[in-house]
Write a protein that binds this ligand. Structure first.
Ligand code: 1CP
Length: 340
């Protein structure tokens, strides 16, 4: 039996799309909060295989999603470049901001040792998951990871990272290559441990002018996909250049990814008309519609399913599930998609 998500990623259009949700393991689940509260820190939580395995399995037990996504975070990679990362409660991720001068001194450390516990989590999951559930590994895309490294955390408009691209292009190119090369090793490790699909999150791909989108998003993504293929990894790769708008076209043509995740702001009809007909597409429910629930949620699910009918489509949100979503709304979504 081929898992439904793997069928779609192989180009099949199914009558009933497979479904999983970005950030499906997380604070909207009481059982997640329970495990989280027992962890020393968020990074420690990500690097404790038993805990990470448990919270990855929680949404599968409750909702029987068609895929599990490894519990980890895109901000583990800066640690392999010798940078400190910590999470402050209520404030999100913190890093020491990186200057152009700092970049010259960066080196890739022992990725397989530093992130070895994540490999162990993947190995645990590949044994523990039900036979029909696909296992998705992931990493942040180099541009998005670089924005957090340069800014020292989240930021409103990624000003320092954008400025560094224009002002210190060589430093920026070096940083993206280093992140990409560390990410290749990290994803190779995940694939060898049992991840069947790999996803690249480029959460800050929005608002970049064409040359920058090419250099900062498309090329580094291509470098990762080529590196994986050169290492013999054949898994499908889902790219998520969130907010890319019309830049999704060049991304589809040149990044080398197998499939693309679409954010909820992208016009569905435009996507169907402009993106390759055979390319599997994932998305694109507004997380706020899931929060709202009720008839509006049902109607929006119907719209999305009908729009993508006849095309290879995986149902998902256009961005991560929010902590305020009632569990009952997720149950409603799964029932609706499965016609139960
Ligand atoms: O205290 C908590 O429980 C923190 C919440 C949380 C969770 C559940 C964070 C902090 N990370 C995660 C897990 C996580 N992050 C996963 C696990 C698997 C799943 O999806 O269930 C994944 C895939 C991510 C990816 C991630 N982390 C992204 C890309 C996707 C997206 O949402 O855009 C980004 C940008 C991050 C950084 C991050 N991690 C956590 C926070 C608060 C942030 C900052 C987000 C921001 O800057 O707005």
């Amino acid at each position: 039996m081929t898992k439904s998500i793997l069928k779609v990623l192989n180009g099949e259009a199914l009558d009933q799309p497979p479904v999983w949700l970005m950030r499906q393991a997380g604070r909207y689940l009481p059982e997640y909060r329970e495990v989280r509260s027992g962890a020393k820190s968020f990074i420690d939580f990500c690097l404790t295989p038993d805990k990470a395995t448990e919270v990855t399995l929680q949404p599968i037990r409750r909702f029987n999603f068609d895929a599990a996504i490894l519990f980890a975070d895109i901000l583990l990679i800066p640690m392999t470049l010798g940078r400190k990362v910590w999470f402050e409660t209520g404030e999100g991720p913190k890093l020491d901001p990186l200057s152009a001068d700092d970049i010259a001194g960066l080196e890739i450390g022992d990725v397989e040792a530093i992130l070895g516990p994540v490999g162990q989590t993947v190995a645990n999951l590949s044994v523990a998951l039900p036979a029909e559930t696909a296992l998705i590994g992931f990493a942040g895309s180099p541009w998005t990871v670089a924005t957090y490294m340069i800014e020292g955390g989240g930021s409103k408009d990624r000003w320092n990272a954008r400025r560094m691209y224009w002002q210190y292009p060589h430093a920026m190119a070096r940083l993206l290559d280093l992140i990409a090369d560390a990410t290749i090793r990290y994803l190779v490790m995940q694939a060898r441990a049992g991840a069947e699909v790999l996803k690249l999150f480029d959460s800050w791909a929005e608002g970049l002018p064409p040359p920058m989108f090419e250099d900062m998003v498309i090329r580094p993504t291509r470098r990762i996909v080529d590196g994986l293929r050169a290492a013999g990894i054949t898994c499908p790769v889902i790219g998520f250049p969130k907010g890319a708008g019309p830049n999704y076209i060049g991304y589809a043509e040149r990044s080398g990814v197998t499939a693309m995740a679409l954010d909820h702001g992208l016009n569905t009809q435009w996507a169907l008309d402009n993106l390759p007909e055979r390319m599997p597409l994932q998305g694109q429910l507004d997380p706020a519609a899931l929060r709202a629930g009720g008839e509006a949620l049902d109607a929006e699910i119907d719209r999305i399913i009908s729009a993508f009918r006849g095309r290879p489509h995986i149902f998902n949100l256009g961005h991560g599930i929010t902590p305020d979503v009632p569990v009952a709304h997720v149950e409603q979504l799964v029932r609706k998609i499965r016609g139960e």
